[in-house]
Design a protein. Structure first.
Lengths: 156, 156
DNA sequence: TATTTAGAAGACAAAAAGGTCTTCTTATTT
DNA sequence: AAATAAGAAGACCTTTTTGTCTTCTAAATA
C-alpha cells in the first residue's frame, strides 16, 4: 500500500556553481565594471551590488586578494581593483581556484575509473556537456562579463 | 605584500549531481539490471554494487519506494524491483524528485530575474549547456542505462 | 600625531548535506 | 507458532557549506 501521489519529503538544491563561486563571480564582475569607470568600490558597495552577504563576501574577496586575482587598498578611500597590466581572468581560473577541477573531471555517473576504454553508461553524452562547460568558462573572462554588465546595466 | 604562488586555502567539491542523486541513480540502474536477469536484489547487495553507504542507500531507496519509482518486498527473500508494466523512468524524473528542478531553471550567474529580455552576462552560453543537460536526462532512462550497464559489465 | 575609515584575520555559529543506528513491521521458513 | 530474514521508520550524529562577529592593521586626513 503505497501512496500514489507522494512526493519526496525533502528537497535539496543543486546549482552549477556553489555560493562561494557565485558570490566571487558577481563581485569580481562588479569590481571590474566599476574599475572601468575609474572607480574602486569598497566591500559594502560590492556586497550590495552582488546581492551577497557582506561579511561572507569580505572573506571571499580577502581570499581572492591572497591568491592574487585582485588587489586591495586599506584605509580611507580604499577598495578593490584589478591591476591594469594583468591579463584578463578566465572564469575557469576563478572556479578552479575556489572549487577545484572536479566540475571538469569527475564522471557524471560517479564511477572512479570512467574512461573511453571503460565508460560509464552516460560517458559520451556527459562528455558533450562537460566540453561545453569547459568552453564557456575558458573563453569568457571577468572582463568580458563586465563589458556586458556595463551594457546591460546593473541589477543582479 | 601578497604571496605570489598562494593557493586558495580550502577546497570545495562540486559535482553535476549530489550524493543522494548519484547513489539513487546507480542503485536504480543496478536494480533494473538485476531485474533483467530475473533477480530481485536486497539492500546490502545493491549498496555494495553501487558503491554507496548501506544505511544511507536504504533510506534513499525507502524514499524512492514511497514516491512509487520502485517496489519492495519485505521479509525473507525480499528486495527491490521495478514493476514490469510501468513505463521506463527518465533520469530527469528521478533528479527532479530528489533535487527539485533548480538544475534546469536556475540562472548560471545567480540572477533572480534572468530572462531573454533581461539576460545575465552568460545567459546564452549557459542556455546551451542547460539545454544539453535537459536533453540528456530527458531522453535517457534508467532502463537505457541498465542495458548499457549489462553490456559493459559491473564495476562502478 | 590623533582620529577615522576600511580591509585582514580568524574564531565562532547556523544550516544543509551526508550518514549511522536502533527499533518496528512484515514475510518466509521450519 | 516460533524463529529468522529483510525492508520501514525515524532519531540521532558528523561533516561541509554558508555565514557572522570581533579584534587587528593599514592608510588617509584633519
Amino acid at each position: 500500500m503505497k501512496p500514489e501521489n507522494a512526493t519526496y519529503f525533502h528537497s535539496i538544491q543543486i546549482y552549477m556553481f556553489n555560493k562561494e563561486t557565485e558570490y566571487a563571480l558577481r563581485s569580481l564582475v562588479y569590481i571590474q565594471s566599476q574599475n572601468n569607470q575609474g572607480l574602486r568600490p569598497g566591500i559594502e558597495e560590492i556586497a550590495t551590488a552582488a546581492e551577497a552577504p557582506q561579511s561572507f563576501t569580505a572573506k571571499i574577496l580577502q581570499r581572492l586578494v591572497r591568491v592574487g586575482f585582485i588587489n586591495s587598498i586599506k584605509g580611507k578611500g580604499g577598495g578593490f581593483y584589478f591591476e591594469k597590466d594583468k591579463p584578463d581572468l578566465p572564469l575557469k581560473e576563478l572556479i578552479v581556484a575556489i572549487e577545484g577541477d572536479s566540475l571538469f573531471n569527475k564522471c557524471g555517473f560517479g564511477m572512479k575509473n570512467c574512461s573511453c576504454e571503460n565508460p560509464c553508461p552516460i560517458h559520451n553524452d556527459y562528455g558533450i556537456i562537460r566540453d561545453e562547460i569547459n568552453r564557456l568558462v575558458s573563453e569568457k573572462t571577468i572582463q568580458n562579463l563586465a563589458q556586458e554588465f556595463n551594457y546591460i546595466g546593473i541589477g543582479v
